[in-house]
Design a protein around this ligand. Structure first.
Ligand SMILES: NC(=O)N[C@@H](CC(=O)O)C(=O)O
Ligand SMILES: [Zn+2]
Ligand SMILES: [Zn+2]
Length: 434
């Protein structure tokens, strides 16, 4: 297949030849010796997003999301590789649980990685025999799944992962700094008052110190505060920010109510702006969605009973592209590419992905950035049926390709998905890539 006149994220216009599963050539006026040629003049071609943080809920909670529905949502949002987190049932804390989840992941239409988790009864030996994407998210406080662990166990896990050459991703909140005074309140903002910004900053600092002691490489998941980002960056560790912490703040809880409950919680508008600055200026390494679907019936509860988490895999790249298309923001297309593809590939060691260059996997997303639409939950493909970004401007893909196969095509008569077997990205070269 020959894609003619694509505008790349850096603004250059190039032809891109896809042969089999890979990008064969990127250049000008490539010879049209292929059967299929499409001209995409005026449209932008991005490397597929690598979302290093999703919760696809299988095994255990298929009523919230499955690998089939979650991966379709990913494809429709320009995500070509997802990394699933361990708080499923059973939790992914030993080799058998990893294998059971990998069987479910066979339903995925996009490429995938599976993380291993840490609990008091984890089995590092059998877990590290598997092709883990990373160890994590390791929960320093309870979140969905109640997998919070003690300090000693975290330090043991850091040492074990370092021996195995595996990166550790960390859910950094410290319950010692939660504000118990907030627990008498019943409004949705109480969750943000309870799980304080200080609780995140303290946990990030402690995690970085512990990592420094054993020479571990850690990546801080879903950082929600400028303080947490700066502490991690100063320690030489990497960070991710979610679309909701980038674009939503405590102000939005008046509308979102308990649907806006997640861990870590939404912060004040001032902090949100400071997080945005760090995403735009390159301090933050990547955007990852923490796609955490729960049903409407589950979310429609009191602020203390509703489960934590919001969906996001389908709307992340579209929201970022709308930000980049808006001349009034500090976020450009190249930065969006770095945050969604280049950096996740570099940080987690997936050299075959993350760039539109000869030899890379043909994971591609075509978008028309002159065409923004308002997000509507009814149009989305996640099984949970709602979005915290209702009405937000977005640029949705026209099509998404995974290793040379078109997996999604937008169509006014109904979006089309094509059967495609996603691969374990850690199996691509037959060995762990570190
Ligand atoms: N972020 C959340 O609020 N929830 C996540 C778990 C997590 O990432 O902490 C979930 O699995 O529901
Ligand atoms: Zn988490
Ligand atoms: Zn998570």
């Amino acid at each position: 297949m020959l894609i003619r006149n694509a505008t790349l994220p850096d603004g250059r216009q190039r032809d891109v030849r896809v042969r089999g599963e890979t990008i064969a050539q990127v250049g000008r006026d490539l010879a049209a010796d292929e059967a299929a040629t499409i001209d995409v003049t005026g449209k932008r071609l991005f490397p597929g997003m690598i979302d290093a943080h999703v919760h696809f809920r299988q095994p255990g909670y298929p009523h919230k999301e499955t690998w089939a529905t979650g991966s379709r949502a990913a494809a429709a949002g320009g995500v070509t590789c997802v990394v699933d987190q361990p708080n499923t049932d059973p939790p992914t804390v030993d080799g058998a649980a990893f294998d059971a989840k990998a069987d479910f992941a066979a339903d995925s239409v996009v490429d995938w990685g599976i993380n291993g988790g840490v609990t008091a009864d984890w089995d590092p030996e059998s877990l590290f025999e598997r092709r883990l994407f990373a160890l994590g998210e390791v929960f320093l406080a309870d979140s969905t799944g109640d997998m919070g662990i003690e300090r000693d166990l975290f330090e043991d896990a850091l040492a074990a992962a370092t021996d195995a050459g595996v990166t550790v991703t960390v859910h950094a909140e410290d319950a010692d700094y939660f504000n118990e005074d907030a627990t008498v309140r019943e409004d949705a903002d109480a969750w943000s008052a309870y799980r304080t910004a200080e609780a995140e900053a303290r946990a990030v600092r402690r995690a970085c110190e512990a990592a420094g002691q054993v020479g571990a490489r850690i990546h801080i998941a879903h950082t929600s505060t400028p303080e947490g980002i700066d502490i991690a960056a100063d320690a030489g560790m990497t960070t991710e920010v979610t679309p909701h912490h980038l674009l939503l703040s405590r102000r939005d809880l008046r509308d979102l109510d308990t649907y806006g409950r997640m861990n870590p919680p939404l912060r004040r508008e001032k902090r949100r702006r400071e997080v945005y600055e760090r995403v735009a200026d390159g301090t933050v390494d990547m955007i990852a969605t923490d796609h955490a679907p729960h049903t409407v019936a589950e979310k429609d509860a009191s602020i203390w009973d509703a489960p934590s988490g919001v969906p996001g895999v389908e709307t992340a790249l579209p929201l970022l592209l709308a930000e980049a298309a808006d001349p009034d923001t500090d976020l450009g297309y190249e930065r969006v590419r770095d945050l969604t593809a280049t950096n996740p590939a570099a940080v987690f060691g997936i050299p075959q992905k993350g760039a539109i260059e000869p030899g890379k996997d043909a994971d591609l997303v075509l978008v028309d950035t002159t065409e923004t639409t308002g997000i509507r939950a009814d149009d989305r493909h996640t099984d949970c049926g709602w979005t915290p970004f209702e009405g937000f401007d977005a640029v949705f893909p026209e099509w998404t390709m995974v290793r040379g196969t078109t997996v999604f095509e937008r169509d006014p008569d109904g979006d089309v998905f094509y059967d495609h077997a996603g691969e374990n990205v850690r199996d691509a070269d037959g060995e762990l890539v570190e």
